[in-house]
Write a protein that binds this ligand. Sequence first.
Ligand code: 5GP
Length: 187
Amino acid sequence: MRTMEPVFGRPLITQEQIRARVRELGKEITTAYRQKDLVMIGVLKGTFAFFADLVRAIRLPLHVDFLVVKSRSVRKPAKSGKVKLVSDLSDDIRDRDVLLVEDIVDSGLTVQYLSRVLAKHRPRSLEICTLLSKPSRRQVDVDLRFVGFEIPDQYVVGYGMDYHQQYRNLPYLAVLDPHLVQKQDPR
Ligand code: 5GP
């Protein structure tokens, strides 16, 4: 039987650490958006786990919506910043307070592109929340209002994040060891 765990060493960030940080982010967002008209926009597929936990940690009325973007290939930066939008918003965000939720900001090109797309819809405010940030990989300057964890330049999977569409259901965040993956995965 193939299992996931042998591919990873210790979790980079444990379930308990994720839970505690998401609770804190929920409180910060609740405080920041008290008098606002909050629309949370999740970028799929990578944010599905984080997004579901985060919205439930926010004690305010809010709306949810999603953007589906085509994932770029592993380790290849989205050079042009042109991310393919597979599915657009379903609701109007004009004059509303938008919080874009990402799984990870690496070069920054994806959030820069998505912010420009959303700004065209004329929201009243537009901020970014990301579970993870790799500051050492940044190519463009992006303003991240809420950051779960800053991590070094390592490829991480789990808690919604994938490697070739696998490992999204790993309940914690782990660093992928490509040698072990090749040994285990017959493809
Ligand atoms: P950026 O445009 O900031 O370079 O890349 C952002 C996107 O690249 C993320 O939304 C994610 O899909 C992917 N990505 C970047 N680093 C990682 C990583 O360490 N693990 C995984 N699974 N995806 C990553």
